[in-house]
Design a binder for this molecule. Structure first.
Ligand code: FAD
Length: 317
């Protein structure tokens, strides 16, 4: 079922959903089930699975020469989605990224998803490879989420890359990313909104936000979206602080601010166990407020560790 229909059917009740990373190569599908099982009691109507671009590793040969090898550490997004649908009978939402794919490969991936009965995709540009200082598009691929979105929309209209297939139109409900605190590359919030609006005008039907810890940022973002004619559901993305290192890593990696009361509470902790408690308690309060203001879904970035999310969901749902 489409995410927009799940939201409509909920009639204003806030839903629970979460996302997982594919396990690193060498781990079995059981790692995924272990991350999902503890969260099924909260009835997620859908579960997202992230996509990861290939990166480079350097292999040293006996001669001492280093060989640069292209390597995907976390393959399996599409297969994991199929396994989720099969085992849990809920919708699985694969993330679809520009990086690492030619347009042909994207077309074939979308055909696979359609054959598997997947109704929703989250369309993204994708992160840069770790070795690259900024995002470099794959030759023959897309540079922005808008370009990838255009390809999905064309397929929804039966327009494939090299021919039209009126009898085989895909019917994907497409979500896109939104940034309450601005995407780090956008010169200003206004320009970022311009492209977000473009994504929605092109056919995106819901937005999932970057994580945030200050609900007023989400409220302001939703308000600005509505003022700019962006009227699709805006799903808050959420992640509790679980370690003191995250006071530095989250702002650095995700370009977000942490509220002063949260950072001070973490600084005052005497152990990492205490930090985790503070992070979970903070997120419970944040989520209760989001439910009160009518967020359509609370979407958790579980990073495949279900325990903190389970504690929060127990307190909120
Ligand atoms: P875009 O919408 O393409 O925007 C990128 C930048 O370019 C922005 O600054 C925007 O203002 C600007 N821009 C947009 N369109 C245009 C245009 N047409 N012309 C010029 N400028 C433009 N990364 C992964 O690798 N895998 C994942 O699974 C993944 N999941 C994510 C899920 C969520 C909910 C979020 C919020 C992020 C996720 N990311 C993931 C990270 C994401 O790929 C990065 O944040 C990336 O830097 C931007 O992706 P985007 O889709 O927002 O890009």
């Amino acid at each position: 079922m489409k995410i927009t229909d799940h939201i409509k059917n909920a009639k204003g009740k806030t839903l629970f959903s979460f996302e997982l990373l594919p396990p690193v190569k060498g781990k079995s599908i059981q790692a995924i089930y272990n991350a999902i099982d503890p969260l099924m009691e909260f009835n997620p109507p859908f579960i997202d699975v992230t996509y990861h671009r290939e990166d480079y590793i350097y292999k040293q040969h006996e001669t001492g020469l280093l060989e640069k090898i292209s390597y995907r550490k976390r393959p399996g997004t599409v297969a994991i989605c199929a396994a989720i649908i099969n085992k849990y009978k809920v919708d699985a939402v694969p993330h679809l990224i520009c990086g690492g794919f030619t347009k042909e490969e994207t077309e074939n991936a979308l055909i696979d998803l359609q054959f598997l009965g997947i109704d929703n995709v989250l369309v993204l540009r994708g992160d840069a490879r770790h070795a690259d200082s900024s995002f470099i598009p794959t030759p023959g691929g897309h540079a922005y989420a808008t370009d990838l979105l255009e390809q999905v929309m064309h397929m929804n209209n039966g327009r494939y890359l090299h021919e039209d297939h009126d009898a085989f139109k895909t019917d994907f409900c497409v979500g896109v990313a939104g940034y309450p605190e601005k995407h780090f590359e956008a010169p200003n919030l206004k320009t970022d909104f311009k492209y977000l609006k473009k994504k929605v005008d092109m056919g995106a039907e819901f937005i999932v936000t970057q994580m945030f810890f200050d609900n007023s940022k989400y409220v302001e973002f939703v308000k600005k979206c509505r003022e700019n004619g962006i009227n699709v559901p805006i799903i808050p993305g959420l992640k509790p602080i679980t370690s003191s290192k995250q006071l530095i890593s989250l702002p650095k990696v995700f370009h977000i601010d942490l509220p002063e009361d949260l950072s001070e509470a973490v600084h005052a902790c005497k152990s990492e166990a205490e930090v985790k408690e503070v992070g979970i308690e903070f997120m419970i309060q944040q989520c209760k407020e989001l439910v009160k203001i009518g967020a359509p879904v609370l979407h958790f970035y579980t990073m495949s560790n279900p325990e903190p999310t389970k504690r929060i969901a127990q307190a909120v749902f």
